[in-house]
Design a protein around this ligand. Sequence first.
Ligand code: NAG
Ligand code: NAG
Ligand code: NAG
Ligand code: NAG
Ligand code: NAG
Ligand code: NAG
Ligand code: NAG
Length: 580
Amino acid sequence: MATSSWHRVLVLTLIFLLNCQQHSATPSKRIIYRFTDCTAEQLLHLPKLSAVFELSAVTCNITTLPNAYFTRFSALTVLELRESGLATIEDYALSGLDQLQWMSLAGNYITKVKPWAREPLKALNSLDLEGNAIRTLNGESFICYPNLHYLSLAANLLERISSDVFAYVPHLKHLNLAQNRLTVIGSSYFRGMQHLAHLALHHNAIERIEADSFESNAHLRSLRLDGNKLKDLEFLRNRALTRLLNLNLSHNQIETLDVFASSEWAVIDLDVSHNRLEELKGDTLKGLAGVVHLNLSGNALRLLATSCLDKLINLETIDLSANNLTQVPVGLFDAPTQLQRVNLSRNALPDIHATLFAQLPYLRLLDMSHNQLSSGAFIVHFSPLLPRSALTLDLSENHLTRLDTDAMDALHVCSERVELFGNWWHCEWLIVELVRAPAHFHFGRNYSLVASWSRALLNVSGIDCYDVERKRSIVVLDAGRLWEQRHTVNTAEQTTFLDPAMPTPPPLVWPRVRMDRFDSRSIIIWMLIAIGLAFTGLRILRQLIDRREQAKRLTKLREMKTKELVRLTTNQLTVHSDHR
Ligand SMILES: *[C@@H]1O[C@H](CO)[C@@H](O)[C@H](O)[C@H]1NC(C)=O
Ligand SMILES: *[C@@H]1O[C@H](CO)[C@@H](O)[C@H](O)[C@H]1NC(C)=O
Ligand SMILES: *[C@@H]1O[C@H](CO)[C@@H](O)[C@H](O)[C@H]1NC(C)=O
Ligand SMILES: *[C@@H]1O[C@H](CO)[C@@H](O)[C@H](O)[C@H]1NC(C)=O
Ligand SMILES: *[C@@H]1O[C@H](CO)[C@@H](O)[C@H](O)[C@H]1NC(C)=O
Ligand SMILES: *[C@@H]1O[C@H](CO)[C@@H](O)[C@H](O)[C@H]1NC(C)=O
Ligand SMILES: *[C@@H]1O[C@H](CO)[C@@H](O)[C@H](O)[C@H]1NC(C)=O
């Protein structure tokens, strides 16, 4: 079984090769072999080893790479041995790979990184050791790979790194140490790595980062520290880090951002979501004039100083969702006038000052869902420079009872999409507005209904509304569709129904709403609306049936045509061959 699949892969690859060679315009032929389910022994019996440019073996059985295994692969440039059970690499297994530039040994059982060659592999610039079982790195780990630019050791078992390991790879630009077990970053870990630009340390268990850890990394541009256990950011006080552009501190235990008040930062993208921030003072973010995307979601923010965003004149996105805000100070968004996306969802805001968003002509997305808003007065005060149909506004799951006529009019003009479901709408107001509302105003949400005339659970789009005595009702939006559902459920036994004879209307028994979704004590039945809608539904259904009939006829016609065509072509073919 294993051998046969091996042959299959081999054959496919050879075909691929022939194609490659035919299309290749370069004089030197590059042979590429890609295998799955092979063995180490089989790889050595490939033809033309010395011309192989790329070798890839995925999910093979290569537990051991013996010494001098690659000596005949003298032109090998790309090597991938992934998920192949590789556990032992003998000391000189990689000797002879002078041309090797890119190597991946990801997803194996390697426990130690060693030189694995007699002479340095000077051409190697990318090494991927992700998903192995590497516990430690020592001084000699990288001495044979002096020109690495990219190194990934993600998803291993590293707990600590002995000092100056990376001093042997001075040209490294990308280093990925994510998903390991690091708890402390020592000051010597990254010493001397002057070219390091991207460092990923996310999803470790880092609690502490020594003060001068990044002293010599003046070219660091992106730093990922999300998913660790950091409590403070004192390590950021190092001057070398002020030129960072992307900083991800999401999912830590950070309580204060004071460090950003002390100097000027270049950072563009700052993610501090899911930490323990409670307050932003006037100067907390003072040094972040360059920031474009700021994520403060999932903290415990209660207090925002009016001037806390004053210096952030380049801000385009701010996410303040899932915090504990009960108020947003007037003037908060007066300085960052470039803002395009504002998320204040999932707070506890009972109201919003009417002019809060008045200075934001570029606003395109405003999410105010899951708050306790009872007034939409701010809608009238959106910037007059807002283009038509530009704004997506989410006001769902609030305490709105009605929106004034001028607010509705303003929404008609400026919005592209408006979510309004899950509010406390007054029934009278709602009915009137439903008639006027354009299709991009979404009042309805989906309910599951149990009806006496259908065994299946029905889905229906409806709206909660309340009367003056605060009794809850439901307005069903599309009873016609409801009825359609009933019949699609039954089509198996009722095929004759598709006959375009006028179908009988459903009995007017109001469906029972499932108890977990709805308080049945207070159901007022909007019977008249339902009847009206049901008749509309019938009309639609009638049209639908007509259309289906027509479609059937068309298909039949098409089938006949195809048959005719086939007959004609076969005739012609026979005629043709007769001539020959
Ligand atoms: C892998 O190959 C070795 C011999 O080289 C063999 O003993 C082992 O059973 C093979 N493993 C699998 C999963 O085929
Ligand atoms: C920060 O990391 C989290 C995962 O931990 C990720 O979801 C988020 O997109 C990252 N933020 C940025 C700005 O890349
Ligand atoms: C902010 O972070 C949260 C959680 O990490 C994420 O779900 C959300 O998409 C981010 N917001 C933005 C605007 O990137
Ligand atoms: C706003 O934030 C909430 C909670 O973090 C999230 O579920 C929602 O998708 C965000 N809204 C937008 C428009 O990104
Ligand atoms: C934030 O609000 C949540 C629920 O709304 C509450 O459980 C939590 O205690 C609040 N946190 C603070 C710090 O007020
Ligand atoms: C209701 O369900 C329809 C599809 O059946 C979906 O397109 C729509 O987005 C849903 N509405 C809500 C508010 O979830
Ligand atoms: C009703 O909607 C739920 C999810 O909202 C879906 O799982 C179910 O299949 C739908 N039922 C019908 C009859 O469309």
